[in-house]
Design a protein around this ligand. Sequence first.
Ligand code: C2E
Ligand code: MG
Ligand code: MG
Ligand code: MG
Length: 291
Amino acid sequence: DAKKSGKNQYKYFTQSLQDQVNYEMSMEADLRQALQTDAFELYYQPQIELRTQKVVGVEALIRWNHPTKGTISPLEFIPAAEKNGLIVKLGYWILETAIRQQTAWLKANVGSLKMSINLSAHQLNDPQFEKFFLNLMKETEAAPQNIELEMTESVLLEDSNDNLSLIKKLRATGIRIALDDFGTGYSSLSYLKRLPINTLKIDKSFMDDYDTNTGAIFIETMVNIAKTLNIKVVAEGIETLHQVNYLAAIHCQKYQGYYGSRPLNAQAFEIWLQEYNQKHFAMDSQSQTSA
Ligand code: C2E
Ligand code: MG
Ligand code: MG
Ligand code: MG
């Protein structure tokens, strides 16, 4: 009996391994095709300053418009693209699209919005990265203080490939570095002192617990330490007005989440922003014109 089930297990194992190989191969072919056919699109989610309620920036979040599967989440294909190396090429497309969008919105008076862009470790390890990025900044004439690169602590702490010295070099040009998903990895508060970061993004999992005693203590400790170190804080995954009021009360700088807006494509974001500004600041612009 044991022999029989052992045999079955072996069969299941090889079958699922084969499934995985098939999945990875078709995913890679699909991703290559998508890169060639412009099937990716950046969505933008507003970052809102709590003190003023102003939309001060956006985070670029990639979407894949698949011809048969519909919109595919980055959670599904970014890990695959990291594994097969396509993230490098895709990452260059993301950087270029997001930074050009930032300057386009500035020129079109949509707004001077900080553009936050997610970065994978593989991208930094590519020998062309520094040159590509600096050329792009020069060519687009984007203001460096309006460009923020988001990385998780695993990217920042991986010193095998000298990520830190590259990040310091990039930061010296005036761009900003954000530590993403803070609290979910090996996070130690002491990293905050060592890492060259300008912004701390508190992960949604912490914000979900804001209304418990320990939850609030964690959040307030992070906000206070960041303040001491002159690091800005963005609270992620904010879905309710209660959370917004809480964050304002503890002097957190910014929030991001469905309560502001879900991520939207460029065109939908422009419409959303116009409506948001009308709703919140229409009185201001009236008094300005009548003054
Ligand atoms: P992230 O960088 O931490 O992005 C935040 C994620 O939380 C986004 O998921 C966003 O849509 C989602 N989110 C925002 N507000 C709320 C909320 O109020 N409630 C809930 N439930 N979720 C909220 P998304 O767009 O699916 O992206 C998932 C992850 O995929 C990102 O996490 C990031 O790690 C990665 N990713 C997305 N775009 C890129 C990219 O262009 N490059 C790289 N390397 N990674 C990316
Ligand atoms: Mg992010
Ligand atoms: Mg995050
Ligand atoms: Mg994440």
